[in-house]
Design a protein around this ligand. Structure first.
Ligand SMILES: Nc1ncnc2c1ncn2[C@@H]1O[C@H](COP(=O)(O)OP(=O)(O)OP(=O)(O)O)[C@@H](O)[C@H]1O
Ligand SMILES: [Mg+2]
Length: 266
């Protein structure tokens, strides 16, 4: 699973600005809660409609996060709903974009605080509607004290950027020989990224990419990451590319394990 960066905070606290800046550092899908609201024609701001919206957005970004990191900016003022979606989606990180309410009112980029104070809109968080602060968010950043850049750097600590060792294969089915190989690389102190060659499904390669991902997760829990690759015919490099290509020789009993034979037995 990839990560969900869930930015919550008062209107005009800086969520969208931080999301935009984060997008320069992460390869991620950046989503704005307001834009999703328009797509679903859910434009009411009652507690009930907010609950539906937050739950819907969380479910949607969870699907996306199977493939890519996602940054969501959404006021999401209801603590119990935030806690419930955090419990449901373990890869969702609650990031509190904290800002003094008076500063938010002064910033008022969309003029909505002014409208709410004049009574032209109702249920506006920060005026008629309460923002329930997170009690134990994964990260708190202060946009009334720190610059956007500083806030972004604090959030980026969540981003695990350890270099990975890439092992390319079909992994179908994942077997003890593969396990030996992966463990050798882990013993060398590297994080493992399994590149799954998304070869056509046929008699010689009957497992879908998803089935192979499931096998990897079952065998290694979350200690091994994966990426889906097109069919790879070779790995070529010039000089000084910054990585090595290395063959690891297994002992004889491991070298004789064959995925083809395992498939034939099934
Ligand atoms: N750390 C910061 N320092 C100074 N100004 C900031 C900071 N973060 C945000 N701002 C400014 O605050 C204003 C509001 O930011 P932004 O539109 O990102 O808020 P928002 O939380 O997305 O609001 P909304 O909920 O209404 O979409 C912008 O003018 C932005 O430049
Ligand atoms: Mg915004």
């Amino acid at each position: 699973m990839k990560k969900i960066y869930w930015l919550t905070g008062l209107p005009s606290s800086g969520k969208s600005s931080i999301a935009k800046e984060l997008g320069k550092h992460l390869y991620a899908e950046i989503l704005n809660g307001d834009e999703i609201r328009e797509l679903t024609s859910n434009v009411e701001f009652t507690k009930e409609k907010r609950t539906i919206h937050m739950t819907y957005v969380a479910a949607m970004v969870y699907y996306l996060s199977k493939h890519i990191d996602v940054v969501v900016s959404l006021v999401s003022p209801i603590r119990s709903i935030r806690n419930s979606i955090k419990g449901k989606y373990p890869n969702l990180h609650e990031i509190y974009i904290k800002c003094d309410p008076e500063v938010c009112k002064q910033r008022d980029v969309k003029g909505l605080y002014a409208k709410a104070i004049r009574g032209e809109i109702s249920n506006f968080t920060g005026v008629q509607g309460e923002y329930e602060e997170p009690l134990c968010p994964d990260i708190v950043v202060r946009t009334d004290e720190d610059s956007i850049e500083e806030c972004v750097n604090q959030i980026l600590t969540l981003h695990n950027s350890t270099p990975k060792a890439l092992l390319i294969g079909r992994w179908q089915p994942l077997h003890e020989g593969h396990k030996w190989l992966i463990e050798q690389v882990q013993k060398m102190g590297h994080d493992v990224l399994l590149g799954i060659r998304n070869t056509p499904i046929n008699k010689d390669g009957p497992y879908s990419a998803q089935e192979r991902i499931d096998m990897i997760q079952k065998m290694f829990n979350n200690s091994v990451d994966h990426i889906i690759l097109p069919d790879i015919i070779g790995v070529y490099y010039g000089r000084g590319v910054g990585y090595e290509v290395k063959e690891l020789q297994p002992p004889k009993d491991i070298a004789t394990i064959s995925a083809t034979k395992i498939r034939e037995r099934r």
